[in-house]
Design a protein around this ligand. Structure first.
Ligand code: SAM
Length: 320
């Protein structure tokens, strides 16, 4: 990051938080600056074989095995801590990377992660609606779980196509479908209510998180509602990518039964004290998710319409 880049603000004032409820981009910065340093732990993000495989599988699932590698220069929008691009680079998909995010705290952590991994990475604070790079700069633009935060997604896709070189490709993965988001939120809400109420029972007290932490989680969830702006319908997303100027626009979806396990598991983990659930639980959660993902991929994909799956990925190219 160069010197003129804005500094992270992990401890927002009460006035700033109040203002963020009326200003989605301020909310993005405050919320993500606040969670940047703990984000990798919270989401079990790592930069080893497990997450390299996860990132590669999302990418290849979207583009197909023919368009796999290697891209010379790649840009990530809404990079967070760098989970997607850094792991794609480690997996041989891209050689040189630029990580960008609206949150200065996230860019700082992503650059630190990239440097720690010895990758060829630079980065800057950037809004995905006005990408601060020249036309025709990148061979690949990627993002993971970012489009649903951007007010004008079509404008952002136009920007993506502008900074791509002719023939260059974009891939955005990990976006919630409209149907998937509906059942995921209900599963999360029900799990949270059951866990936080059952752990009031005297003999389950040690499973209850301190009230201050639960209150903080509830405040974070309220701000989350301000930063999560969109859910997507696969057909409409394809049409939007084409309107923005993409050719070969294609949407794929994944995780159906896996999401029915994943959301309660993640919510339960957030509702009980840290460190309470050891390795056995981690093995159950990851093993269960992998088994159900295989069921989704090999069986349910053939019978369940794509809009019922939880995750959506969109890819396309700039006309050559
Ligand atoms: C859910 S996080 C995902 C982070 C990372 N891609 C990952 O998958 O772990 C969404 C990220 O998008 C960023 N973001 C939100 N709105 C943005 C915008 N308009 N331009 C660029 N980044 C944005 C947030 O600051 C946050 O870091």
């Amino acid at each position: 990051m160069t010197d003129e880049q804005p500094a992270p603000n992990p401890h927002a004032s009460a006035d700033e938080v109040a203002a963020a409820y009326q200003d989605t981009k301020l909310a993005q910065v405050l919320y993500h600056d606040w969670e940047a340093e703990t984000y990798d732990d919270k989401w079990h993000i790592s930069y080893d074989e497990r997450c390299i495989t996860y990132a590669r599988d999302r990418f290849v699932g979207a583009v197909g095995a023919d368009n796999e590698e290697p891209y010379e220069r790649a840009l990530e929008l809404g990079c967070g801590t760098g989970f997607f691009l850094l792991n794609l680079m480690q997996g041989g998909i891209a050689k040189k990377g630029s990580v960008t995010d609206l949150s200065p705290g996230m860019v700082k952590v992503a650059l630190r992660n990239g440097e720690g991994l010895g990758l060829d990475v630079d980065g800057r604070v950037a809004d995905a609606e006005t990408i601060p790079y020249e036309d025709d700069t990148f061979d690949l633009v990627v993002g993971h779980a970012v489009l649903h935060h951007i007010p004008d997604v079509e404008q952002s896709l136009r920007e993506v196509l502008r900074v791509l070189k002719p023939g260059g490709r974009f891939v955005f993965a990990g976006e919630p479908t409209t149907v998937g988001d509906f059942y995921a939120r209900w599963l999360g809400r029900i799990t949270w209510e059951i866990t936080t109420n059952v752990t009031r029972l005297p003999f389950l007290r040690e499973w209850r998180r301190p009230q201050a932490e639960l209150d903080e989680s509830s405040r974070a969830a309220a701000l989350e509602a301000v930063v999560d702006i969109h859910t997507f319908d696969p057909d409409r997303m394809e049409a939007m990518a084409r309107r923005a100027g993409a050719v070969d626009a294609r949407v794929t979806t994944e995780e159906f039964s896996a999401a029915f396990l994943g959301w309660p598991v993640r919510t339960f983990e957030a509702a009980v004290p840290e460190g309470k659930l050891g390795f056995g639980w981690a093995g159950f959660a990851y093993g269960g998710w992998k088994t159900l993902s295989a069921l989704d991929e090999n069986v349910l994909r053939r019978v369940v319409p794509r809009r019922f799956f939880y995750n959506l990925a969109v890819t396309g190219t700039k006309p050559a």
